[in-house]
Design a protein around this ligand. Structure first.
Ligand code: ADP
Ligand code: MG
Length: 316
């Protein structure tokens, strides 16, 4: 499942997955006694992300995708589960807040590039800070060179450094957000719906940029989207989430050519495909994944090399 390109610039243990998520759950308690309720945002999910791999996490709104990204970015604590990054059991060994080392390995790109860039600062500011915080002390000249390189990497001209966020287009702002993430030379970028607020015409440019960063720098990506077509376009592996459960996953092209799970079939039936002459009939409502995995008690564990159906103890 690993992409063919070399990731030799990365650290030693090349065969071990970069990220290993095990039995991760996040439950939110709402209200107070006696009107307390629990939102099961993420239910006991496990998966790996290899070095240099692009993994897409797809699912409808509210299925738990952003919760997973926030936990991986360490913006939230999980209710249960393990996160192993670069062989280190993060929740067991790190402080409650992410260390600088963790932040330099894991970076996040959000849906709304305007919201994540303070309008009071010029573009240069957003890139200089992470370069200074995570790098060695550079001379002003060396810093300028790094800024120029960073801008070129994301396809922006040097002259943009002097502009304010409002002077850029949505696509350019998202490129700045990606450049800011790249400034610390992360091992993985968590991109939460990075193109969904952009015009259709510029989305493809951002997807191509993400793929280029993977190909040229070996950066892994967790690409979160509700758009299966874009997942098929850039992701090596796709995982499908429904109501907090991981219901299906595998190599993107294979999964979308022959989806097994009714929920994946339903999502795919909504993707326009010029080659498809026959409309795919959505599965019957009582067969949708929202019911199916719960009813059968089946959950899925995605590993780098295989898929295993995990049958809970109670089913034996
Ligand atoms: P997605 O990104 O797939 O749209 P989210 O991860 O944002 O889904 O949300 C999953 C579920 O968790 C939703 O039902 C959402 O309402 C709930 N949720 C997310 N954050 C919180 C929170 N801080 N408090 C309570 N419920 C939350
Ligand atoms: Mg979300």
């Amino acid at each position: 499942m690993s992409p063919a390109h070399s990731t030799s610039s990365r650290q030693g243990t090349a065969t071990e997955p970069l990220v290993q998520v095990r039995n991760l759950s996040k439950h939110y308690q709402l209200g107070s006694f006696p009107f307390r309720s629990t939102v099961r945002a993420v239910n006991d999910i496990s998966f790996d992300i290899n070095r240099g791999e692009i993994v897409a996490l797809v699912g409808e709104s509210g299925s738990g995708k952003s919760t997973i990204a926030r936990i991986l970015a360490r913006l939230e604590q999980p209710t249960a589960g393990k996160l192993i990054l670069d062989g280190q059991d993060i929740f067991a060994t790190e402080r409650r807040r992410a260390s600088m080392t963790y932040r330099s390995k894991v970076q996040m790109v959000f849906q709304d590039p305007f919201g994540s860039l303070n309008p009071a600062h010029r573009i240069e500011h957003f890139l200089t800070r992470p370069l200074q915080l995570h790098g060695e002390k550079d001379s002003p000249r060396a810093l300028k060179l790094k800024l120029r390189e960073l801008m070129a990497t994301v396809g922006l001209g040097e002259q943009m450094l002097d502009r304010y966020p409002h002077q850029l287009s949505g696509g350019q702002r998202q490129r700045v957000a990606i450049a800011r993430a790249l400034a610390v030379e992360p091992e993985i970028i968590l991109a939460d719906e990075p193109t969904s607020m952009l015009d259709v015409s510029v989305r493809i440019g951002i997807l191509n940029l993400m793929r280029k960063l993977r190909d040229e720098r070996g950066v892994s990506m967790l690409y979160i989207t509700h758009d299966l077509a874009s997942a098929r376009y850039i992701a090596d592996t796709t995982m499908v989430m429904c109501a907090g459960d991981l219901v299906e996953g595998g190599e993107s092209i294979e999964l979308m050519a022959a989806p097994h799970h009714p929920y994946t079939q339903l999502l795919l039936s909504a993707v326009p495909d010029a080659r498809r002459t026959q409309t795919v009939r959505p599965p019957r409502r009582d067969a949708t994944a929202r019911n199916a995995p719960r009813g059968t008690g089946e959950r899925i564990t995605l590993s780098a090399s295989h898929w295993a159906l995990k049958v809970p103890e109670s089913a034996h």
